[in-house]
Design a protein around this ligand. Structure first.
Ligand code: ADP
Length: 233
């Protein structure tokens, strides 16, 4: 699904920052991948390259067999629509209801109003918020707000979900609920890429773990744990 070949990313400012160096990574369709590593290791940069928010300084990136670097400008939004995003800080519209927050994402890709009316309740049911359509984000707990984000990410039926520290603001029990939800979504075929510091979660789920250290992949294990990544860093 996503392949990176000898990818490096250098940010050029007053000083050059080598955020990623010689990354070779293949994320297959339907995989569940944790990206782990200390702050500044390059996790966000890697996810930004996958969604073509940043371009690499060197190397090639393919999505479904096509170079995303050579993608035409007009095809970029179409490509991004196939990816759902979940953030640590939720990024909900506070003056809109739960329903409107999710519908907004569907309308942004010009889904027909008939499909919006069908799809939004379906994804809200899926994340267990079927009875919260009319609530505003401030009336919800942190875990419920993150569920709204997951519904928003799922509404366009993405091939992949990328999450950046999705449990960073949640207590352990709520984190576990959110991760269980990610597993359920993954078991229905959506590829998951999750950048996280949540050691307990990584250890519990025993999924593929890609460890980054100072911009390099230092390990890539099929059923990894956070701890061994940490020891290597
Ligand atoms: P992580 O997500 O693992 O914390 P990042 O990918 O955010 O790591 O950062 C990797 C390195 O690149 C860090 O040294 C960071 O300061 C630097 N960096 C990230 N984004 C930019 C940017 N837009 N401009 C300059 N340097 C950046």
């Amino acid at each position: 699904m996503i392949q990176m070949f000898n990818v490096s990313k250098t940010y050029v400012g007053e000083v050059k920052i080598h955020a990623l160096t010689d990354i070779n990574l293949h994320i297959r369709k339907g995989e569940f991948v944790f990206l782990v590593g200390a702050s500044g290791a390059g996790k966000s940069t890697l996810t930004k390259l996958i969604i073509r928010e940043e371009l690499p300084t060197k190397g090639q990136i393919m999505a479904e067999g096509r170079s995303i670097l050579r993608m035409k400008q007009r095809d970029i939004p179409i490509f991004r629509r196939k990816i759902g995003f979940v953030f640590q800080d939720f990024r909900l519209l506070m003056s809109r209801t739960v329903y409107e927050n999710v519908a907004f994402a569907a309308e942004a890709i010009e889904m027909s109003s008939q499909d919006v009316k069908r799809r939004v309740p379906a994804v809200l049911d899926m994340v267990g918020l079927g009875d919260k359509h009319a609530a505003y984000p401030h009336q919800l707990s942190g875990g419920q707000q993150q569920r709204v984000c997951i519904a928003r990410a799922m509404v366009n039926n993405p091939m992949m979900i990328i999450a950046d520290e999705p449990t960073g603001n949640l207590d352990p029990e709520t984190s576990y609920d959110i991760m269980s939800m990610f597993q359920a979504i993954n078991s229905r075929g959506t590829t998951m890429v999750i950048a996280t510091h949540d050691r307990e979660m990584v250890d519990r789920l025993k999924k593929r773990v890609v460890g980054l250290d100072r911009g390099r992949i230092v390990r890539d294990e099929e059923r990894g744990t956070y701890h061994s990544a940490y020891q290597q860093l």
